[in-house]
Design a protein around this ligand. Sequence first.
Ligand SMILES: Nc1ncnc2c1ncn2[C@@H]1O[C@H](COP(=O)(O)OP(=O)(O)O)[C@@H](O)[C@H]1O
Ligand SMILES: [Mg+2]
Length: 272
Amino acid sequence: MSKCKVIAIANQKGGVAKTTTAVNLGAGLVREGKKVLLIDFDAQGDLTTSLGFNKDNVDVTIKSLLEKTLNQVPINQSEGVLKNAEGIDLIPANIELESLEMHLTSVINREYVLTKFINQIKKDYDYILIDCQPSLGLLTINALASADSVIIPVQAQYLPIRGMVQLIQTIDKVKAIINPKLKIEGVLLTLADKQTRLAKATEETLRSNYGSMLKIFKSVIPVATKVAEATTEGKSIYAYDKSNKASIAYENFIKEVLENRERLKTRDTQCR
Ligand SMILES: Nc1ncnc2c1ncn2[C@@H]1O[C@H](COP(=O)(O)OP(=O)(O)O)[C@@H](O)[C@H]1O
Ligand SMILES: [Mg+2]
């Protein structure tokens, strides 16, 4: 088993805290001493901005690295990797990524371009996190094809059952046809306003309807203004306001992600 775990953070709905979860999971894993690479895989470039970089002023992006991969040009070590103040490595993205998605439709093995790229660099990392765009298009399929697991952030205020079913069907299809090792790491409830009955009801529905089929993380991320403020400052919630309730919730979520890995490792050694 490779020491690097690749996790896609996906949901075709926008505004469910995918990018925020990528930032705070990444920063939290760095604080646990892990070597982490974040890949911005959304043409909006929000992850790049959230980590303190100007998305319109970067020379190398995931788009240019994937084009090189398509053209069989080898990638140099750390090529295009930006280092942020909190020790996170980032491969940025911007609007140019949109044209790659169109170009990919006519490419042989179009689902595996990101996998091929990641295979060249993964030995340097403990975790690679991919922040997906809000769609189930070819870029997201590439992310799912290259991942060991997927984290699905869901907004606690509102449970789009049809959206969840569609996403899980896509994951199942990718697993059956493209990437048999793909697992659902878990569903993370985000933007939860504990005050509202709707948030509570959504959580209960999710746990009772899906809890037996899917891991629903015990940690629920609350709404906190400081989370959005931290993003605009280009910081994680730990660097911005360590004692914030969302900071504590993200820390507990990270413990669950690390425990998942330990459990799978133990199961692996028992199988041998
Ligand atoms: N726990 C939270 N509390 C308050 N605002 C949040 C929280 N999580 C995310 N946000 C804000 O919600 C918006 C959508 O989050 P984002 O991570 O960009 O979602 P996505 O990547 O799924 O589109 C952003 O403005 C972000 O700052
Ligand atoms: Mg996003």
